[in-house]
Design a protein around this ligand. Structure first.
Ligand code: ASP
Length: 579
C-alpha cells in the first residue's frame, strides 16, 4: 500500500493515528534540528516534520510513515492546518530536478515556460481546480442528458472538406493518393444524418477543429457539447437546454439562474446593446437620438443614418484628457468610429458638450432627458450607418462597463438571443452568407421571402435560430434545421453555391433528406468557454489540459513539426517549404 490517506484528508480527529502518505515535496524549511516539509498531491497539502534535515529537494516524490500530531502553531487557512505528521520513515520514490518555476498557488513562471512544462504547471492548485470543474460540468451534462433519453454517439473525425465559414484542417490519405480528409469543424451534418436515421435525441462531448487565426482566446481544436433532437420546435430545444444549464449552474457552482431565462430578439439586442451577445449584467442601453438632433445644422449628424447614445453614470467629472483618450480609443481600427461626441450633465444640472456650438442648452437638455441622464452623468454619442454604429457603440459600452467595474465575473446573467436573420449580405463578396450555417431553416412564416429573388426580401427572412449568451459571451447556439431536399437546394442557391458544387460537397445530405427526414433542430455549446465562464475566468486555456499557444503551437511537444521524407513520399506530398 503506497498510502493510507491523501494529503488533503487528515484532520484533528485523526490525531494519534499512524498514517502513510505519498506525494510531491512542495517546500522544505530546515531549522537545523528539524525540517518542515509541505507534501502535496491533488487533494491538498499536509505538513511533515522531520528530525534533522532529510535533504529533500522541491518536487521529489516521497512516501512517509508517521504519527498525526496536533500542530503547535495552527494554520486556519489550510484544511489540514491543525495537524502535522511526525515522520518516522522516509522512502524517496523519485528525485526531481529543480523545477523551472514555483509550483504553488501563484507561480513565478512566465506563460511560455509554464507552457513548455505544462505537466508541472498542471500540478498547481488553480489548474487542478479548473480541470476538476471541467470534469464536474461534463458529468452534469451526461447525467442530465442521459436522464432525458439522449444517446451519446460518436461521429467520425476524418471527414470531407466542405469549407464554408472557417478553414478546414486537412489530412492526406495514403491509401487514396492525392486525396484529403478534413477534420470536422463540428459534427453538424452527421448529427442531422442521425436524426434521419431515427436517433431522435443525440449528444456528444466532441472535439471540433477550425483553422482560424487565433486572436481572442481561441484554440484550433476545441470541445463542443453537441446536441440534436427530432420532432421538436424551438421552444422544446430552448427548454431542454435551459434545464441542462440550470442543473450545471446549480450543481457545479451553486448558482440559481432565472427560471425561465430572459429572451431577447436579435433585433432588440442590436438596437439596445449593439451586440448579438449582450452583457446584461449592467444597463447602459442605447438611446437613439436621431430625431432630436438631426436638422439643426450640424452636418455630421445631418448626414448620418443613425445617431445613438449611451449614458455613463457619474462620469460627468471626466477630464478633458480622459475624454481625449476615449476619443482616440474609439478611433482605433478595432473600434473604427470617426469621432466621439460627449454631453456632460454637470452636478449643478448645467450642460457642457463637444457640440455646444450647434445646439442650444434646451435642445441638449432634451437629449439628456431622452438618454435618462441625471446630474453627474456623461453621455457618449456615435453616428453613422445604423448597424455599424451600433456595433461601435456596443464596444464602447463594454469598455465603459469594464472601466466602471460593472462586469463582475462572479455575477451570472445568462439569456437566449432568438429570431436571428437567416442570411447576412456581404458587401465585399457581393453574396449572402448563412448567419448561423446553411442547414438552418427559415421561419415557416418567412418562407415566402426565402423563395423570392429580391435582396430586400431575403434580408427580411428570420430563422428559428438561437444563441445562449452569458456575460457578453456566446456560449452556444443552434437552430431548427431544413429537413427537406428542395429547401436545402434552394438554400445553396441563395448562398451562390452552384448546383454542381452543392452536389459535390453536400450531395449526401440533400440525398438523405429524400428518404424521410424528420423535422429536427439542435444546438452546440462551446464547452471550454462554458468551463472558463463558470470558473469566473476570461481565458479558456486553463480549462484545457494541453492547450496550444497563439500561434497554434503545442510548445511542450513542439508541434506542428516537419515529417520525414519517407512519410512525405508515402503520402505523395511535396513541400514548397524547404527544410
Ligand atoms: N454546429 C453548430 C456550430 O458548431 C451548432 C448547431 O447548429 O448545432 O456552431
Amino acid at each position: 500500500m503506497y498510502r493510507s490517506n491523501t494529503c488533503g484528508e487528515l484532520r484533528i480527529a485523526d490525531k494519534g493515528k499512524k498514517v502513510t502518505l505519498a506525494g510531491w515535496v512542495q517546500k522544505a524549511r530546515s531549522l537545523g534540528s528539524m525540517t518542515f516539509v509541505d507534501l502535496r498531491d491533488r487533494y491538498g497539502i499536509t505538513q511533515l516534520v522531520f528530525e534533522g534535515d532529510p535533504g529533500l529537494g522541491r518536487e521529489y516524490v516521497i512516501q512517509v510513515t508517521g504519527e498525526v500530531l496536533e500542530r503547535e502553531s495552527k494554520n486556519p487557512k489550510m484544511p489540514t492546518g491543525d495537524i502535522e505528521i511526525k515522520v518516522e520513515s522516509l522512502n524517496i520514490l523519485n528525485k526531481a530536478q529543480t523545477p523551472p518555476f514555483t509550483i504553488e498557488e501563484n507561480s513565478d513562471g512566465g506563460e511560455d515556460i509554464r507552457a513548455k512544462y505544462r505537466y508541472l504547471d498542471l500540478r498547481r492548485a488553480p489548474l487542478q481546480r479548473a480541470l476538476a470543474l471541467r470534469h464536474r460540468l461534463a458529468q452534469e451534462v451526461r447525467t442530465y442528458l442521459d436522464k432525458q433519453g439522449f444517446m451519446e454517439i460518436e461521429t467520425p473525425y476524418l471527414i470531407k472538406s466542405t469549407p464554408e465559414g472557417a478553414r478546414d484542417f486537412v489530412v492526406p490519405s495514403r491509401m487514396n493518393p492525392g486525396q484529403f480528409y478534413a477534420l470536422p469543424q463540428s459534427p453538424q451534418t452527421f448529427k442531422q444524418l442521425l436524426m434521419v436515421a431515427g436517433y431522435d435525441r443525440y449528444f456528444q462531448i466532441v472535439r471540433c477543429f477550425r483553422d482560424e487565426d487565433l486572436r481572442a482566446d481561441r484554440q484550433p481544436e476545441f470541445t463542443q457539447i453537441d446536441c440534436e433532437m427530432s420532432f421538436v420546435e424551438q421552444e422544446d430545444v430552448l427548454n431542454m437546454f435551459e434545464g441542462m444549464m440550470r442543473q450545471m449552474f446549480k450543481n457545479a457552482v451553486g448558482v440559481d439562474i432565472p427560471d425561465p431565462l430572459p429572451r431577447m430578439s436579435w433585433y432588440d439586442a442590436m438596437d439596445n446593446y449593439g451586440s448579438d451577445k449582450p452583457d446584461i449584467r449592467f444597463g447602459m442601453k442605447f438611446h437613439e437620438i436621431s430625431d432630436l438632433v438631426k436638422g439643426c445644422g450640424f452636418s455630421v449628424f445631418d448626414g448620418s443614418e443613425y445617431i445613438g447614445a449611451i449614458t455613463a453614470e457619474g462620469c460627468a467629472e471626466y477630464t478633458r484628457k480622459q475624454l481625449d483618450e476615449l476619443t482616440e480609443w474609439v478611433k482605433r481600427p478595432q473600434v473604427g468610429a470617426k469621432g466621439l461626441v460627449y454631453i456632460k450633465v454637470n452636478a449643478d444640472g448645467t450642460i457642457k458638450s463637444s457640440i455646444d456650438k450647434f445646439y442650444t442648452p434646451e435642445q441638449l437638455q432634451k437629449v439628456a432627458e431622452a438618454c435618462e441622464a441625471k446630474a453627474g452623468d456623461l453621455i457618449f454619442v456615435l453616428c453613422g450607418p445604423k448597424r455599424k454604429t451600433q456595433t461601435q457603440l456596443g464596444v464602447l459600452r463594454i469598455e465603459m462597463g469594464n472601466r466602471l467595474g460593472l462586469r463582475d465575473p462572479k455575477v451570472f446573467a445568462p439569456l437566449w438571443i432568438v429570431d436571428f436573420p437567416l442570411l447576412e449580405w456581404s458587401e465585399e463578396d457581393g453574396r449572402f452568407y448563412a448567419m448561423h450555417h446553411p442547414f438552418t431553416a427559415p421561419k415557416p412564416e418567412h418562407e415566402k421571402w426565402f423563395y423570392s429573388d429580391k435582396k430586400e426580401d431575403l434580408e427580411r427572412v428570420c430563422a428559428n435560430a438561437y444563441d445562449f449568451v452569458l456575460n457578453g459571451t456566446e456560449l452556444g447556439g443552434g437552430s431548427i434545421r431544413i429537413h427537406n431536399a428542395d429547401m436545402q437546394s434552394r438554400m445553396f442557391e441563395v448562398l451562390g453555391i452552384s448546383k454542381e458544387d452543392a452536389e459535390y460537397k453536400f450531395g449526401f445530405i440533400i440525398n438523405a433528406f429524400k428518404f424521410g427526414a424528420p423535422p429536427h433542430g439542435g444546438l452546440a455549446f462551446g464547452f471550454d468557454r462554458v468551463c472558463a465562464l463558470f470558473g469566473g475566468q476570461e481565458t479558456i486555456r486553463d480549462y484545457i489540459a494541453f492547450p496550444k499557444n497563439n500561434q497554434g503551437r503545442d510548445v511542450m511537444i513542439d508541434s506542428p513539426s516537419l515529417i520525414d521524407q519517407v512519410q512525405m513520399d508515402e503520402l505523395f506530398l511535396e513541400s514548397k517549404v524547404k527544410a
